[in-house]
Design a protein around this ligand. Structure first.
Ligand SMILES: Nc1ncnc2c1ncn2[C@@H]1O[C@H](COP(=O)(O)OP(=O)(O)O)[C@@H](O)[C@H]1O
Ligand SMILES: [Mg+2]
Length: 431
């Protein structure tokens, strides 16, 4: 099987790494890829915002399956362009992509299908949004979300009226997030631990791909501003069989049914972001692709014929397909550049990548570039270093032994990725 993986981050490196080890894969292309992927796949430049150019690449390279890493090409209609041309692609069409690219559409969809989520209002005028803020008593915070894709920066949890009003004005008047902030979802603030659950969907069926917990804040103990994710572990000890049965029947099956009723069976990865509230699991959001950094900790635990399963999903043939999870635990630590998430540096030489791997870690590249035979930094999140072991303690130790071998000017990372899993497994009270 000849597979094309689209994207250039740590998630895509993990996909390429998993596919490279698969006996059914004979050819592997990454577009545009990164220096980490270049060791495993042929990297080919492509403009991911140009669906026709991506289709031309898939045709020219005679690929059997295209796997989409990031959400943006899907929101631009890549799934429909491929399917109209009869080319196999793992990723939804525009209606499915809108489950992620429009929080308004996602909330309407959840309301229509009775999918548990935070109570919400949709506001497309400033006055309506301010009136919504005025109605709230701030005994609990209010959550203000820009409708469109905002690179993980479009959500404000406002503790008081002044910050809620400021968030509304920033999005709707100042257009901090551009058109993404033209409409807002204003919703109740839920509380509880956050867990992500991943599924592989063929339009009719969903094969579970395990669970994970991300760490969004930049600093230890979940302090500081939100980032794209500073580390993750898999599986989530909070994902019990009962909880997963609930997620399947109340969330995943209704998504599949709803998308079929809308005329666009949902094909691709479905990433359900959940908050485990006292009232049960509720959807925080859907993502229509794999997570980053979650892919880096989930994929090393997935056994079985992954490439065949991906192709079967793209072709509506998942009946009878399952992928086993190994008993391993994975802990992945993101190593970021100085200034991230507000800004980031580039071009700093990275030392110790081989030494980190020699500690038994998996080293996934995210923001790296090749520069005269050296690997240098190229963006905010630079690497994800993953430890895989029989226990979370051992996986965490391995991951950090690897992190401690890597050096570049300005590197920053959290020291506590994996601790929540250890606490949860030991039955301790966790947030
Ligand atoms: N209703 C809510 N109650 C509490 N926290 C929330 C709520 N909605 C979002 N959050 C927090 O904000 C983060 C980002 O929100 P999310 O909807 O996932 O948007 P995005 O990932 O597109 O930025 C979530 O991971 C969660 O921590
Ligand atoms: Mg999110």
């Amino acid at each position: 099987m000849n597979i094309l993986v689209l994207g250039s981050g740590g998630r895509e490196h993990a996909l390429v790494w998993r596919l490279a080890a698969d006996p059914d894969v004979t050819g592997l292309i990454a577009a545009p890829g990164n220096p980490g992927m270049a060791a495993l796949a042929r990297c080919v430049p492509v403009d991911l915002t140009d669906p026709q150019a991506v289709l031309d690449l898939a045709r020219r390279e005679r690929v059997d399956l295209t796997v989409v890493g990031p959400e943006a090409p899907l929101a631009l209609g890549l799934g429909a362009v491929f399917r109209q041309a009869g080319a196999a692609i793992l990723g939804p069409g525009p209606l499915g992509a809108a489950l992620e690219s429009s929080k308004v559409q996602a909330k309407h969809f959840m309301a229509q299908y009775g999918i548990p989520t935070a109570r919400f209002a949709v506001c497309d005028e400033l006055d309506a949004a301010l009136a919504e803020v005025a109605r709230h008593d701030f005994a609990s915070p209010l959550v203000i979300k820009a409708d469109g894709l905002a690179g993980g920066k479009g959500v404000v949890i406002a503790e008081d009226r002044a910050s809620a009003e400021a968030a509304v004005r920033a999005a709707m008047v100042d257009r901090t997030f551009g058109e993404a902030g033209a409409r807002l979802v204003i919703e109740e603030c839920l509380s509880g631990p956050e867990v992500s659950a991943f599924y592989l969907c063929d339009g009719y069926r969903a094969v579970p791909l395990s669970t994970a917990q991300d760490h969004k804040r930049i600093f230890d103990a979940d302090r500081g501003p939100n980032t794209g994710g500073m580390g993750a572990f898999s599986p989530s000890p909070l994902a019990t069989p009962d909880m997963l049965a609930f997620v399947r029947s109340r969330i995943v099956e209704p998504v599949l049914r709803g998308m079929r009723e809308a005329g666009e069976p949902y094909v691709g990865f479905l990433y359900v972001s959940l908050m485990l509230t006292d009232d049960g699991p509720k959807v925080i959001e859907f993502n229509v692709r794999f997570g980053d950094p979650e892919a880096q900790v989930v994929l090393p635990r997935l056994e079985g014929r992954f490439a065949q399963a991906l192709r079967a999903a793209a072709e509506g043939r998942l009946a009878g397909v399952s992928l086993q999870e190994s008993a391993d635990r994975c802990v992945g630590v993101v190593v970021a550049s100085r200034g991230y998430p507000a800004s980031s540096e580039s071009g700093r030489p990275i030392e110790g990548l081989d030494a980190a791997a020699a500690e038994g870690t998996l080293v996934f590249h995210a923001g790296t570039a090749a520069d005269n035979g050296r690997i240098v930094t190229a963006g905010g999140r630079v690497l994800t270093i993953v430890g895989r072991a029989a226990s979370f303690e051992a996986a965490m130790q391995t991951a950090y032994r690897g992190v401690d071998r890597v050096r570049f000017d300005g590197m920053q990372f959290r020291r506590d990725i994996g601790q929540k899993a250890i606490a949860a497994e030991s039955g301790a009270e966790i947030r």
